[in-house]
Ligand binder design. Structure first.
Ligand SMILES: Nc1ncnc2c1ncn2[C@@H]1O[C@H](COP(=O)(O)OP(=O)(O)OP(=O)(O)O)[C@@H](O)[C@H]1O
Ligand SMILES: O=P(O)(O)OC[C@H]1O[C@H](OP(=O)(O)OP(=O)(O)O)[C@H](O)[C@@H]1O
Length: 304
């Protein structure tokens, strides 16, 4: 594989989760940022065709330490993974990416007697997040004066955490929950939230390759554009000039709405970015104050 390593010289290394929950969304982001590559079968390093970048496909959980130690310049992973790797002082989370949203929760058998994290403290917990679970229960143990043998026991498992209670390995677990399907199927319910998380773009706090800073900024700005274009839509409408103040309070835009005169006396056209989830309500309100020809346009991409 030496020929690959040699050609990495001078390239920005960008780590992407090689599989799992974040993988597909990362590919969409790379496409949206026009980062072109052909990933050869089973190869975890691949050269980007149109930038001096190489993509490195790694397990999500390894990405924070690679970036933090400066082996890799940029990466996408979960906020939870950054904290679990204890890399929060070595990496900077430059963008929240709006996907991979879930919560790390304390869960116990629904049928059992335990109702709070305090009641679970001092018992056996199984998790893949031993650092975060450890910190969470250390604090509770201290508050309750549980020390030595009385302290909460945290045991690491690599997967299938939700089976631990049924198997008699644990009194409770700490695991990720999105829809709650996995939790409910295992007969568990959540009694506390350790943290909420989403995918983030990370870079090293002390970059090893300062000459790459402009490229890191370019890629960051492109990715920010891709994320914004999936969160916002463009709203355009015509409104009598007298209603403009009300209209702009409904659609203030990100900085300010764009207002152009119409050929028809007394009317103006407004265009403004609106959060996707709010577009129906915004249109209702615009109709109420007399706006006409209201259009919501999907953004293909943007730089904001
Ligand atoms: N159900 C989910 N919904 C949304 N995001 C999730 C979900 N599960 C995991 N994530 C996010 O994706 C990250 C990677 O989780 P995932 O389950 O894909 O791991 P994996 O790639 O299978 O890792 P492993 O190497 O442990 O097999 C998590 O740390 C979390 O940030
Ligand atoms: O609340 P839900 O929507 O059910 O999602 C939560 C599940 O998703 C993750 O696992 P994933 O399915 O990614 O597989 P893994 O166990 O192989 O990591 C996580 O570890 C939970 O088990």
């Amino acid at each position: 594989m030496m020929h690959h390593l040699e050609s990495l010289d001078g390239r920005l290394l960008f780590a992407i989760p090689k599989k799992g929950r974040l993988y597909e969304k990362c590919l969409e982001i790379l496409a949206g940022a026009d980062i072109q590559f052909r990933r050869h079968h089973r190869l975890d390093v691949c050269l980007v065709l149109n930038h001096p970048i190489a993509l490195v496909f790694l397990p999500a959980s390894d990405i924070p330490s690679f970036v933090g130690k400066g082996n890799v310049d940029l990466g996408i992973t979960g906020h939870d993974v950054v904290l679990e790797a204890n890399m929060q002082n070595f990496v900077t989370e430059t963008l929240r990416l709006g996907f991979g949203k879930c919560a790390l929760q304390v869960q116990v058998p629904e049928a059992g007697p335990i109702k709070t994290a305090q009641e679970l403290a001092g018992k056996r917990i199984v998790t893949s997040f031993e650092v975060l679970a450890g910190q969470y229960f250390d604090k509770i143990d201290k508050e309750l004066g549980l020390v030595g043998d009385a302290a909460t026991q945290i045991e690491y498992v690599g997967g299938s955490v939700e089976a631990a209670c049924e198997l008699g390995l644990a009194d409770g677990i700490v695991d990720l929950v999105e829809s709650g399907d996995t939790m409910r199927a295992a007969g568990l319910h959540a009694i506390a939230t350790v943290l909420t998380t989403e995918a983030v773009l990370i870079k090293s706090t002390t970059p090893k390759h300062p000459h790459l800073t402009p490229l890191i900024e370019l890629i960051t700005s492109r990715i920010a554009g891709v994320i914004a274009s999936s969160k916002f839509v463009m709203c355009q409408y015509n409104i009598p000039r007298g209603k403009l103040e009300e209209a702009t309070s409904i659609t203030p835009g990100r900085r300010a709405p764009t207002i152009s005169p119409l050929e028809e006396e007394g009317w103006v056209a407004v265009s403004s970015m609106v959060e996707k989830g709010k577009s129906a309500t915004v249109m209702d309100e615009l109709v109420k104050i007399g706006a006409e020809d209201i259009l919501i346009l999907k953004l293909d991409n943007c730089r904001v």
